[in-house]
Design a protein around this ligand. Sequence first.
Ligand code: IPE
Ligand code: IPE
Ligand code: MG
Length: 252
Amino acid sequence: MMLSSSTKDVPHAPAAPRHIAIIMDGNGRWATRRFLPRVAGHAKGVEAVRGIVEACIERGVEYLTLFAFSSENWRRPADEVSLLMKLFVTALEREVAKMHANGIRLKVVGDLGRFDAKLQELIAEAERKTSGNTRLTVTVCANYGGRWDMMQAVNKLIAANPGISDFSEEHLAPYLALSYAPEPDLFIRTGGEQRISNFLLWQLAYTELYFTETYWPDFNDAALDEAIASYRQRERRFGRTSAQVTERKKAS
Ligand code: IPE
Ligand code: IPE
Ligand code: MG
């Protein structure tokens, strides 16, 4: 299936977001504020994920993409990195059966080769088990970076087409890590920073951006509804004028 590209065609802009992408930030500060170790914030962050996944199902969201660990997060202290890896393993061990029962398809994208063998196996098994589910696709971006994604896609494209140059967007798209999903409608970053931090650089071309001060462990259903309400107020023009958008809405 060829998914529409926001730069090539004017996509259908749904009233409710089909695809939400989230930078789950602020776990460390949430914990520090409570005089707890940073990892306590990460543990609480896993609970918030559970809540938001359920909320997305209830709201009919089809794709939820979560930034869990960036290519740059290896720069953190070794003990924090290793605890994050342990949390990832435990979360997979505990949650996958439930996710499967709820009709969730799980995908993990990123440079997974850097993870230890056990974690890689758990990921492969979880993806295999849930691959036929269609209610909600949850993508966890782990050791992911937007630039990594574009470069791995470029390299695959060139390897598959030796001697050819002058590629277009449509040629590259199938090699990108999220090729199975439409471009995100709504991007949310919790924790107060207003930056992309090397998340989905390609796919966010026309995504509506929403930033909130709320730390990720506190991000609940009500917070999600506020983000969706903000999304609903936006006029998605994709390069056209406001008058053109109104015209097209009347016609449809
Ligand atoms: C986000 O929370 C989780 C990861 C990056 C793994 P942080 O750990 O970045 O929390 P802050 O930004 O330091 O508060
Ligand atoms: C982005 O958060 C990555 C994740 C949430 C996984 P960071 O906390 O690593 O981002 P910066 O360093 O503040 O930009
Ligand atoms: Mg952070």
